[in-house]
Design a protein around this ligand. Structure first.
Ligand code: MOS
Length: 720
């Protein structure tokens, strides 16, 4: 099905199931611990061997000698594969870091060996028996240093005349902001069981957000035909972008299985993930804003750097500054600096999460300079077109309504406007807010639906990374076919099913439900053909055509009717800006003597098209806000600037926000419809919550204390 703007305008206007608050269809499996995760596929794999990785202890250089004799002779060890045993594996397009093979070391904890043994303990113990000698080369590990040495600005876009605008501006701001490198720190580690026993057909039970990308990446890496590879990833304990790609767990498990002729399972140890897998790069950002005294912004000038391994793209922190607010003159520059730290890549709202962490503090600072309310300042500078390209209008943008509703819901007008002057005992109380923007891209997405005896099975290689895909897909199929939720079974995350968008870039919900809708329409076509009618309505478990009603149970009796299709998104979208928007409001208490910051309450008002399921969508938004709170207060990878690795590589040293850190969070959805986005008029919310959230916390901290921090995470030592 091709999606274009003339798609059914009234589709689902009177929906029974879509848009309604359904709890997760996989909820019972999750809370009873019975959802089969990759490492635990005892249901399909008997007695796998266990692989344990060894990582490089230098960041740059090469290996001069490895001796695995003692490891090979250790108890229970079935195989040891060292990186010197095989040639460097070809890198898939989506992989920047080298995954295995050869003597070159490009980052700390690059995988250099895997020990395969009967038990985890045996494998782990044997890795310590491998002798490794290196020739080390000094590396580049210091982003701040790179920023200071950076001479030319790599201008991404420049509209108007920014320099002239600053010269003639009445009010200006010029500040530098720092965001930290961050780890996805998902609950389930990267894990894979591989069966490549015959060296021909490979099956991987793995934890991965993008089935088809990863199948293709495996084909490239092992130089084999993609058709010989099968991937299953039905349940994923969080990804946040860290599992978009093929990683070492899958590669090592596959190599181990080919070598031993047995299934092999590998979970990356937590202490290994931080440096071996990807992370979000830290940024340094200089932001200048110019405005007239009336509050109208005349210019933005935003330059940022991040770090990357050669060939990567870093963290593009300037993207949102190109389009979020009005202003005739604007320039953004982005540098991804080649460094020798572990691979930086996408993490939830890559780019915007870091960029808005800076921009939305800068907006708060500008409002203060102008003597304006920060909400009113943003309202004044709203735009309905892309300010870089005014012919491109926003398909559906209600940011102003988010701001107004948020201010009202939070009782913003009652806030204390003099920073540092509201105290309750030893706690300073403050309120802050920030705007949020994130794009709403879509990817072509396919599905197959099978109807038999009135029951519908949906199959698509879409994944559910904890987001609720199972549930919204079941809702879409039930709604379209006129069935109930209980009549529908959803099967996901299997390369045997039609290729879907996968879960990434907050595209998954909007794209995959559109694909499922297309497949259901194909099935409807099959059914009407079968009944010899032109068209029909599908409701109450029946197909209604020409005044007759036939139960779907009777249409497909003792047989199966199948509909399969891929939703293709049309070019017309290129003419429009399609985005999602939110306003976050936060209240904090900062301890006057220790500098400890506690969140008190948050409100997010969200504009993201039709909300497919307010329960799962709310979880996404508060999850994003929770991550943003971590980004604001505690989350930061500490770099050993001599050795080039992250020193806090576990969940004790890398502190994410936990339940005790998070009070009541409220979310309001505007629940509009964006007909330019998908047939369901939906957009994603998976990444919007983390956008701007950190700045809302920072702005509240400023309001509480009068201390303006521009360096994340805003740990208490920075406050004192
Ligand atoms: Mo997302 S960072 O594209 O999983």
């Amino acid at each position: 099905m091709d999606f274009n703007q003339s798609a059914d305008e009234n589709l689902f206007d009177h929906a029974r199931i879509i848009g309604k608050p359904h709890t997760r269809v996989d909820g019972a499996l999750k809370v009873t611990g019975t959802a089969p995760y990759a490492y635990e596929r005892h249901d399909v794999v008997e007695n796998p061997l266990v692989g344990y990785p060894l990582g490089s202890s230098i960041a740059k250089g090469h290996i001069t000698r490895m001796d695995a004799t003692a490891a090979r002779n250790a108890e229970g060890v079935a195989a040891v594969i060292t990186t010197l045993d095989i040639d460097e594996l070809p890198r898939a397009e989506s992989n920047v870091a080298k995954l295995f093979g050869g003597d070159m070391i490009e980052h700390y904890h690059q995988a250099i060996a895997v020990v395969v043994a009967d038990t985890l303990e045996q494998a782990r113990a044997a890795t310590s028996l491998i002798e490794v000698e290196y020739e080390e080369i000094p590396g580049e590990f210091d982003l701040d240093d790179a920023w200071k040495r950076l001479q030319d600005r790599d201008v991404v876009s420049h509209v108007g005349d920014v320099d002239a605008a600053f010269e003639s501006a009445e009010i200006t701001l010029d500040e530098t902001y720092y965001t930290a490198s961050q780890s996805h720190a998902m609950m389930e580690p990267h894990a894979t069981i591989a069966d490549w026993c015959d060296g021909k057909n490979m099956t991987l039970w793995t934890s991965n957000q993008m089935i088809e990308w990863t199948r293709q990446a495996l084909a490239t890496t092992f130089e084999i035909d993609a058709d010989t590879i099968r991937l299953e990833s039905p349940y994923i304990g969080g990804g946040f972008g860290g599992k978009l790609w093929l990683r070492a767990d899958a590669v090592l498990a596959a190599l181990g299985s080919r070598e031993t002729g047995r299934p092999v399972k590998v979970a990356l140890p937590r202490s290994f993930i931080f440096n071996n897998a990807t992370h979000r790069s830290g940024t340094v950002q200089r932001l200048r804003i110019a405005a007239n005294r009336d509050g109208r912004i005349t210019a933005f000038d935003h330059a940022a750097i991040s770090h990357t391994l050669p060939g990567g793209s870093g963290e593009d922190a300037v993207n949102q500054t190109r389009c979020f607010y009005a202003g005739e003159n604007r320039r953004v520059a982005h540098h991804a600096i080649d460094m020798n730290l572990p691979e930086s890549a996408d993490m939830r709202a890559p780019g915007e999460a870091s960029g808005l962490a800076a921009l939305e503090i800068a907006m708060d600072e500008m409002a203060e300079k102008l003597g304006m309310d920060p909400v009113e300042f943003r309202i004044l500078n709203d735009t309905q077109v892309n300010p870089e390209e005014p012919s491109k209008r926003y398909s559906d943008r209600h940011f102003v309504e988010c701001l107004r509703k948020g201010a009202e819901g939070f009782n913003w007008s009652a806030r204390n406007t003099t920073p540092g002057s509201k105290r309750e005992g030893q706690w300073l109380i403050g309120q802050g807010m920030a705007g949020a923007y994130r794009g709403a891209p879509t990817l072509d997405s396919g599905a197959r639906v099978r109807l038999s005896e009135g029951r519908l099975i949906v199959e698509t290689d879409m994944t559910d990374i904890g987001t609720g895909s199972y549930t919204i897909i079941a809702q879409t199929a039930a709604e379209t076919m006129g069935l109930e939720m209980d009549d529908v079974e959803v099967r996901l995350g299997n390369s045997a099913y039609p290729a879907a968008s996968g879960s990434g870039g907050q595209m998954g919900a909007a794209s995959s439900t559109a694909g499922v809708y297309a497949a259901c329409v194909a099935l409807q076509g099959e059914i009407t053909k079968r009944l010899g009618v032109e068209s029909a309505r599908f409701e109450s478990g029946q197909v209604v055509a020409g005044g007759k009603r036939v139960a779907l149970r009777d249409v497909a009796q003792n047989e199966e009717l199948v509909g399969e299709d891929t939703l293709h998104f049309g070019d017309f979208k290129d003419e429009l800006e399609i985005g999602t928007f939110a306003a976050h409001f936060v209240e904090v208490a900062v301890h006057a003597y220790t500098g400890e910051t506690r969140l008190r309450r948050t409100l997010s008002v969200v504009d993201a098209g039709r909300i497919l399921n307010p329960v799962t969508a709310r979880s996404q938004v508060i999850g994003g806000m929770t991550m943003a709170t971590g980004a604001a207060l505690t989350e930061g990878l500490n770099i050993d600037s001599q050795r080039g690795y992250f020193t806090n590589h576990d969940l004790a040293g890398y502190e994410i926000a936990v339940h005790a850190d998070i009070p009541e969070q409220e979310v309001i959805f505007l629940d509009t419809q964006d007909g330019a986005s998908t047939p369901l008029k939906a957009k994603g919310v998976g990444e919007l919550g983390i956008c701007g959230g950190a700045a809302a916390v920072a702005n509240a901290m400023y309001n509480a204390t009068g201390i303006r921090l521009r360096d994340y995470p805003m740990t208490l030592d920075r406050m004192l």
